[in-house]
Design a protein around this ligand. Structure first.
Ligand code: GDP
Ligand code: IMO
Ligand code: MG
Length: 429
């Protein structure tokens, strides 16, 4: 099956980078389809080789694999150049393997300024964005003010595009947000210089990925963020500004739905969330802090502590449905090793009534109390286990319970940060 899509099923940071890195071995192409440098995907090869990818697909660390940044991604050129430079300094050759869609939209300095100013103005109603200009950049794309990668190819087009927006933007920045305006000439000069360096990578990636599919090559699609942060299907307004679900890959790459063969959902063995918004299974106690510490739950992009809680099967069932998952990659099982028992939310209680479906009304979600099923812990160190049969019985029971509740097969189990700490239950390609 040539196209395998990897999607986060929770609120991001499920371990997508690790899973993509593992699966790249058998892939020819790895493509990102949405999000931007709000993403932080960690790949740990061994003790002293750790990488955090923000815009470049996590397949780049495997020699010779082609990596695409699709049209659905929003690109901060400075951040991308820093990432390229960082990788090249560490001996990762990006020059022949990175391809940027001509139609990808560009994050401008005013998008970052508006993102930060808007969060400030919202006060305690803020979303807790990454401050990377993601929302304002997608807003401009939809409002048809955006600047695309193809526009960077001519300095005149950069000038025209900046001039088209700058009065409107600076009015907003100065008069509404009371912050400093953006200097258009500096922006034009900076972006012309970034463009010079990014030009060699900008190409028609739609044709490239469709041709690759038609030739029968193995394609890995790397989602960013997670299903519950989706602009349409997530916990709105506490979401990101793109379609993070599997469907986003079609529009974000120009790949028809019938060319996506399998969809692997990455499920962390517990739940985390960074930023604001409802989180029914959140543990605000010592246990939550224990999981945060042991799981190293600090943002890979912003360094913010991640909120931690039990696995939420109500949210996950919803996630399975809208992504059309064909399999699950379960990560961070090892973080639960020391616990006496582990819990899965199988329903919610709201105003005395039981709810089985993930509510769309944010006010209801804020008030939901989880109904848990409790499992005995396994109290055995599972880190690095490579064989399903070698897992302790209670860990196997936990995995089987997840499969039964969700009705989807667990195909991979990750038992540590490193590349080789993985159990492959079923082949993916
Ligand atoms: P992503 O955004 O979905 O790629 O996830 P992040 O990289 O933001 O966060 C996942 C974190 O968990 C990273 O630090 C990974 O190295 C780490 N990780 C991934 N899988 C495992 C695992 O199975 N066990 C442990 N202990 N850490 C893991
Ligand atoms: P990866 O790909 C976790 C969250 C932010 C905030 C909300 C909106 O590493 O899983 P934005 O800057 O996108 O406008 O912020 O979305 N968020 C993420 N949370 N992992 C991510 O990416 C995230 N990208 C954005 O914390 O709550
Ligand atoms: Mg992350």
């Amino acid at each position: 099956m040539p196209t395998l899509l990897i999607v986060g099923t929770q609120w991001g940071d499920e371990g997508k980078g690790k899973i993509v890195d593992c699966l790249t071995l058998k892939a020819d192409i790895v493509a990102r389809y949405q999000g931007g440098n709000n993403a932080g995907h960690t790949v740990v090869i061994n003790n002293d080789e750790k990488y955090i990818l923000h815009l470049i697909p996590s397949g780049i660390l495997h020699k010779g694999k082609k990596c695409i940044i699709g049209n659905g991604v929003v690109i901060d050129p400075k951040s991308l150049l820093d990432e390229i430079e960082g990788l090249e300094k560490r001996g990762v050759d990006v020059s022949k393997n990175l391809f940027i869609s001509k139609n990808a939209h560009i994050i401008m300095p005013y998008h970052v300024a508006i993102d930060k100013a808007s969060e400030m103005k919202k006060g305690d109603k803020k979303i807790g964005t990454t401050g990377r200009g993601i929302g304002p950049s997608y807003s401009d794309k939809i409002a048809r003010y955006g600047i695309r990668a193809v526009d960077l190819l001519s300095e005149q087009t950069i000038r025209t595009s900046v001039n088209h927006s700058i009065d409107r933007i600076n009015f907003l920045l100065e008069k509404y947000y009371s912050v400093s305006p953006i200097d258009p000439e500096k922006t034009i000069a900076d972006y012309s210089s970034y463009a010079e360096r990014l030009k060699p990578f900008i190409t028609d990636t739609v044709k490239m990925i469709n041709n690759a599919y038609d030739k029968g090559l193995n394609i890995l699609l790397e989602g960013a963020q997670g299903t519950l942060l989706d602009i349409d299907h997530g916990t709105y307004p506490f979401v990101t500004s793109s379609n993070t679900i599997s469907g986003g890959a079609c529009t974000g790459l120009g790949l028809p739905p019938k060319k996506i063969d399998n969809i692997l959902g990455v499920v962390k063995a517990y739940t985390t969330r960074v930023g604001g918004g409802p989180f029914p299974t959140e543990l605000k106690d010592d246990l939550g802090r224990f999981i945060q510490q042991k799981g190293g739950e600090y943002g890979a992009t912003t360094g913010r502590p991640r909120r931690c809680g039990w696995l939420d099967a109500v949210a996950l069932k919803y996630s399975c449905m809208i992504n059309g998952l064909t399999g699950i990659a379960l990560t961070k099982l090892d973080i639960l090793d020391e616990l006496d028992n582990v819990k899965i939310a199988v329903g919610y209680k709201y105003n005395g009534k039981t709810i089985d479906d993930f509510p769309h009304e944010i006010e209801i979600l804020w008030g939901c109390e989880p109904v848990y099923e409790t499992f005995d812990g396994w109290k055995v160190d599972t880190s690095g286990i490579n064989n399903f049969d070698d897992l302790p019985t209670n860990a196997k029971k936990y995995i089987k319970a997840i499969e039964e509740i969700l009705g989807i097969q667990v195909m991979m189990v990750s038992t540590g940060q490193k590349r080789n700490q993985i159990i492959q239950i079923a082949e993916q390609f």
